[in-house]
Each structure stands twice: as C-alpha cells, then as structure tokens.
Design a binder for this molecule. Structure first.
Ligand code: APR
Length: 291
C-alpha cells in the first residue's frame, strides 16, 4: 500500500520562542523585512489600509487607478500626480518610529545580517542604520535621473523643484527628471537582487514588519529562507499566507516544516515586546529618545 503521507508539523513558534532563539544565541544572522506599516506611526500613510491608506486617498489626483501614481507609462503622460505626492513624502519632515530603531539596535549587537525595506522615506538611515546593512528594494529619493537620457541630476536641485511644486525637466534633453523610486514596470535596484541571493541562504531568523506582502518580487523573499529558519511577522493583520503554500513539499513526505510566529498588532507594541523579552527595552528607548 502507498506509504501514508506522513505529516510532520513543527509547533508554530511564538514571539516568546523567537526571543528565546535570540537569547540562546541561535539567531546571529537576522534579516528584517519592512513595509509602510512601520512608518504610519511617523505620520506617513501606508498604501492599502482601508480608508487611511494612500491608495484610498489619491482621489484628489483623479488617477485612473491608485497605483498609477507609481506607473511609468502614466507618469510619462501625466507627471504631476507623482510630483505632488513626492512633495508630501519627501524625507525631511518625518522622524523614525520606535520600530525603526530596532534595526540599528540589532546592528550594534552584531546580529543584523541585512534589512530589506520597501519604504522610500529613508527613515531607516535617519535612525542610524549603516547603509551597507540596508537594501532599499523600491529605491529612494536620494538620487534622481532623467527618464529620457538617464543623466543623473543634482538631488538638491530636484528637491527644490519638487518642494516648489515645479516639475524638474532635464537640463540636457528636457526630459522628466524622476527620483530613483522603483515604479511598477521598472526593474528593482541591482543591489536588491545581488544581496538577496547571498543573504537569505545564511539567514537564521527572519523578522517581517508592517507589510501586506502583496507586492512582488519583494514578498517572495520570505520563501527564500531555509525551512528551518524561524519567521516572525509583526503586523496589524496576517500577511503572506498565500506565499506560504510555496513550502508544501510535493512528495511522499508531505510535511510542513516552516516555523512561523505572528504578533498581530501595532509594530511599536510588537517590537517593544520582542526587545523586552531580550532585555533590551531600555537600550531601545534610549536610542529612540536620542534620535
Ligand atoms: N503596526 C502594524 N502594522 C501596520 C501599522 C502599524 N502601525 N500600520 C499599518 N500596518 C499594516 C497594514 O495593516 C498593512 O498590512 O502594514 C501593512 C501595510 O501594507 P501596505 O499598505 O500594502 O504597504 P506595503 O506592504 O509596504 O506596500 C508594498 O506597495 O505600492 C507599493 O511600492 C509600494 O512599497 C510599496 C509596496
């Protein structure tokens, strides 16, 4: 008879068992993946929270569809909605949240392998995370290029134009100068692919903060870790379940080996709980207040 498919399910982890991993020195190559949910407490809208997310708020730009604001074809035709949004989002007026300080804290302890962010607010760097430990998967406002002749423009010059509600046209070819934010349809920065393919095999703890895990290829990163690498999601809602099916091994040993933990709630509350379980709560608070 067919050997019955044996289901070997490791008990699901909890934020407590994840903290135990860290306390026992079993997590020394931690990867942290972040999304807009870690910046809402800073006053920056996320994208998809019903009612409060940016995609529910773009009515004033009368877009054909919400994501058009980051769509290259639409931008070429109608650039002003993006520049108006860029003026709202431009780094400078927001401060990092308590959650952002988890990154430099882990880095200071030599436990952070890398932080992968989808955010373009640059708050990770503002919180003191060294740039070599950061991958900005969707780019940032730090540099700008002409979309026609690709010449790099002076970032201050671009910022002045955007903050004065003027469209920056290329000085050489009159094309549109765009901050290097990854638009839908554009390739992600090469650093993203280069680092992801070496980092995730080594990862021994994956922490995912404040993201709906709806956007590829970033969301697929959670399937790149070893099945034995614990994964902790801290988010207001469950995310990425449809990706987890990627772990089902389709052979006689039908088993689920991924160790997953969820903390469903605010990032700042979940992060505070995690670091207090590790005895680092005061350290984090001091960094946050000094920031
Ligand atoms: N604490 C915890 N979770 C939060 C908080 C908070 N304070 N605020 C929001 N969230 C959760 C929301 O419930 C949601 O699940 O964070 C998630 C944010 O999801 P999105 O708005 O989809 O943002 P994100 O996942 O970063 O979007 C990815 O989509 O449009 C593109 O390029 C854009 O980088 C962006 C990408």
């Amino acid at each position: 008879a067919e050997p019955e498919a044996r289901i070997k399910i490791l008990k699901d982890d909890t934020i407590e068992s994840i903290a135990e991993c860290i306390n026992q020195g079993k997590a020394k190559k931690i990867i942290v993946m972040t999304g807009a949910g870690i910046s809402t407490a800073a006053g920056i809208k996320d994208f998809r929270s019903p009612g409060t997310g940016l995609y529910d708020d773009l009515g004033k730009y009368n877009l054909p569809f919400p994501e058009a604001v980051f769509d290259l074809a639409f931008f070429k035709e109608t650039p002003s909605p993006f520049y108006r949004l860029a003026k709202e989002l431009f780094p400078g007026k927001y401060r990092p949240t308590l959650t952002h300080y988890l990154l430099p804290l882990l880095a200071k302890k030599g436990l952070l392998l890398r932080s992968y962010t989808q955010n373009i607010d640059s708050l990770e760097k503002m919180a003191g995370l060294p740039e070599d430990l950061l991958v900005e998967a969707h780019g940032s406002f730090a540099t700008s290029k002409c979309i026609q002749c690709s010449i790099v423009s002076d970032s201050e010059w671009v910022k002045e134009h955007i903050m004065d509600s003027n469209i920056p046209y290329c000085k050489r070819c009159d094309g549109l100068v765009k901050p290097e934010i990854t638009f839908f349809g554009e390739d992600l920065p090469s650093r993203f692919r280069d680092m992801a393919q070496i980092d995730f095999v080594d990862c021994d703890l994956l922490i995912v903060l404040g993201t709906s895990l709806k956007v590829e290829p970033f969301n697929k990163l959670i399937t790149q870790v070893s099945p034995r690498c614990p994964r902790l999601l801290i988010n207001r809602e469950k995310a990425g379940q449809e990706l987890h099916s990627g772990f089902d091994f389709d052979d006689k040993w039908k088993y689920t080996v991924q160790r997953d933990a969820w903390f469903l709630g605010d990032c700042d509350v979940g992060v505070k709980k995690l670091v207090s379980l590790c005895g680092w709560e005061d350290e984090l608070q001091v960094m946050y207040e000094a920031g």
